[in-house]
Design a protein around this ligand. Structure first.
Ligand code: ADP
Ligand code: MG
Length: 631
């Protein structure tokens, strides 16, 4: 991630040629937009003067989604439609998302791709679409504040983001009609914000603990040029996890069972977070909990207790810190400065542990929440051509090794992790069978030796290899990574020159067509879209009910007399007919009718099941009509 200074003297643009470009920190928890105005980079507030936009989107059955504070305020009342921490899902396949655990309160549906979609009142939403809503909101804020249409942006991503996650971020920007000048690693942005390049030289560590990710990066500064020596981190560790630890403590203390519902969980997490943030300022904070009929619960959480709860989490940041030192071949006391980034680095205990580890007081004079957006704005200003005098080309490193599958399910690494980009690198391979004329290239990413343990990025085939004995053909596989960290792979047979290539477009990212379609729909077909969605939802609901009633009739039909049975059958046929039509309102009505017709039946089935469960006890005590006893 070196910053090269390319000077073109005398090329300062005329004032009228000035273009605004923004820097956007698209965070897991909070997002910000910043811009350089009159030579100063600053984050832009909303109309209420708030700089941080909570990265929370609430979908409604009708109308535009709500983004930010207004969404977070009611999150606990409408948890399934209120999407938070969507950054954790970006570029992840459905299997990855499952692995993230059950801590996510949303319901997922598998769409037509392997990309997970979240069920909401406004239909199924991809993480890319949810992120796009956040970006749109920030774009609108910038447009209003600056009084000009803003399209160009530098968007930051954690250094740990892989190709899929970067691609997903770019897709979200496109959906929000933003032109991405560059994706910039967050620590690089922080270094730019601190103007560390103004120092003569030094080695700096950037410690970024946000809501959902931890990144540690080592940068070396030499004559105005930054080089990234190493990066490491944990893409699933942050302040959110502290909130969970505190919420679990509250549950234990208050005797709340594990099966607390989504709403209660949200409210608990909100309280836990407030307590954590309060304890940054004070030594103790009180907790109040409404528990419905059980009455209120009150307690106190002290900073010492908090430290006990979060120490294991903070300690998890230390092995990656050790790893970057090892990767870079330096010791902690070779470091000239430690930069704090991310809201969670406000916590005194975090600062203590960072100081302890690196043996020096960390730099924190720029607001750790804003520092990344400010650096991104400075970079955007340069890239859009406002500062020809000291234009910089930013180089980054790849966070995970890239390679291809070879015989036996093994990985041959072509570009090792922490290589600076852009880069192109090739390696020669050969055939393993006599007369082999085609080769499958499987591109993988990861540090492990076995393909099964790495992430599959793409597969493509090279055809037209001249038939030769095994081992005679020479096939060069080349990897090129551009400045945004996106990968192109090509394979060429060297004797005959046949070639094949792929640009890695992760299977769970959106295709160009999908994005075009979504853009078109969102602009031109918003109404029709909504109607179609409503019809689809009604149809799905109808199918579920039909299936459920049929199963109930098969199992417990004997609980009904002839008249009742006839009525249910009629309502069932009516719904089936409505379901076959294309009218949402009619389906809705038929669902309601069948619901009503089966109400008594449902009650009776429950009674019967209780009877079964209590078999052997004195049945007379229970209010089951004797003439409806199952035969
Ligand atoms: P992200 O980069 O993931 O969007 P931020 O850098 O905005 O995250 O950090 C958000 C995290 O910082 C949240 O977990 C939030 O609770 C925490 N945070 C913000 N302010 C404070 C504070 N004063 N004390 C403790 N934690 C804080
Ligand atoms: Mg952040």
């Amino acid at each position: 991630m070196a910053l090269f200074q390319i000077s073109e003297p005398g090329q300062t643009p005329a004032p009228h040629a000035r273009r605004y470009a923004v820097g956007i920190d698209l965070g897991t928890t909070n997002s910000l937009v910043a811009c350089v105005r009159s030579g100063v980079a600053e984050t832009l507030p909303d109309e209420q003067g708030r700089h941080l936009l909570p990265s929370v989107v609430r979908y409604l059955a009708e109308g535009e989604p709500i983004v930010g504070h207004a969404a977070i305020a009611v999150a606990h009342e409408d948890p399934l439609n209120t999407i938070a921490s969507v950054k954790r899902l970006m570029g992840r396949g459905i299997e990855d998302v499952r692995k993230l655990g059950q801590s996510l309160p949303y319901e997922f549906s598998r769409g037509d791709s392997a990309m997970p979609r979240i069920r909401t009142a406004a239909g199924d939403q991809s993480p890319v679409a949810v992120s796009a809503e956040i970006l749109k909101k920030l774009k609108l804020r910038a447009t209003k504040t600056l009084g000009a249409d803003i399209a160009d942006a530098v968007i930051t991503v954690p250094a740990y983001f892989d190709d899929a996650q970067r691609q997903a971020t770019k897709d979200a920007a496109r959906l929000a009609s933003l032109n991405v000048l560059r994706l910039l690693n967050e620590p690089t942005a922080a270094a730019i914000a601190y103007g560390l390049d103004k120092n003569p030289q030094g080695i700096y560590a950037v410690y970024d603990l946000g809501g959902g990710t931890f990144d540690i990066s080592l940068l070396r500064l030499n004559r105005g040029v930054f080089e990234v020596l190493a990066t490491a981190g944990d893409s699933a560790l942050g302040g959110d996890d502290m909130d969970h630890a505190i919420a679990e403590w509250i549950m234990r203390e208050a005797g709340i069972q594990d099966d607390a519902d989504h709403r209660q969980l949200r409210r608990l997490l909100r309280d836990a977070r407030a307590a954590k943030e309060a304890l940054t300022q004070t030594e103790r904070t009180s907790l109040h909990l409404q528990r419905g009929y059980q009455g209120a619960w009150e307690s106190v959480l002290t900073r010492d207790q908090l430290n006990g709860l979060i120490d294991p989490l903070i300690d998890r940041t230390l092995p990656p810190c050790k790893r970057v030192l090892r990767d870079a071949g330096i010791r902690a006391n070779d470091i000239d400065g430690v930069v704090l980034v991310g809201g969670a680095t406000r916590i005194p205990r975090v600062r203590e542990k960072v100081l302890q580890f690196f043996g020096r007081e960390p730099l924190a004079d720029i607001d750790p929440d804003k520092v990344v957006a400010i650096g991104a704005a400075l970079q955007a200003d340069i890239l859009v051509g406002n500062k020809r005098d000291d234009e910089m080309l930013l180089l980054d490193v790849i966070p995970l090794s890239l390679g291809i599958e070879i015989m036996g399910g093994m990985v041959e690494k072509i570009i090792p992790r922490n290589t600076t980009i852009p880069i192109a690198k090739g390696q020669d391979f050969t055939t393993f069978k006599d007369g082999q004329t085609a080769l499958l290239i499987h591109v993988v990413q990861g540090e492990r030796e076995l393909v099964a343990d790495c992430r599959s990025l793409a597969r493509f085939e090279l055809h037209g290899i001249p038939p030769m004995v095994a081992g005679a053909a020479r096939i060069r596989v080349s990897f090129q990574i551009d400045a945004d960290g996106l990968l192109g792979v090509s394979a060429k047979e060297l004797t005959k020159g046949v070639e094949s290539s792929v640009v890695v477009k992760p299977s769970y990212g959106l295709t160009d067509n999908e994005i075009e379609r979504m853009l078109r729909e969102s602009i031109a077909y918003a109404r029709e879209d909504e109607q179609a969605r409503s019809l689809r939802e009604q149809q799905v609901g109808a199918d579920r009910l039909i299936e459920a009633v049929q199963a109930a009739l098969a199992a417990d039909g004997t609980l009904l007399d002839t008249a009742e049975r006839t009525e249910i059958d009629r309502a069932l046929e009516n719904l089936k007919a409505a379901r076959a039509g294309n009218e949402a309102a009619r389906i809705k009505q038929a669902v309601k009718a069948l619901d009503a017709a089966t109400q008594a039946f449902a009650g009776r089935r429950m009674d019967a099941n209780i009877r079964k469960a209590l078999a052997g006890h004195k049945v007379d005590e229970f209010s089951v009509s004797p003439d409806k006893t199952p035969s």
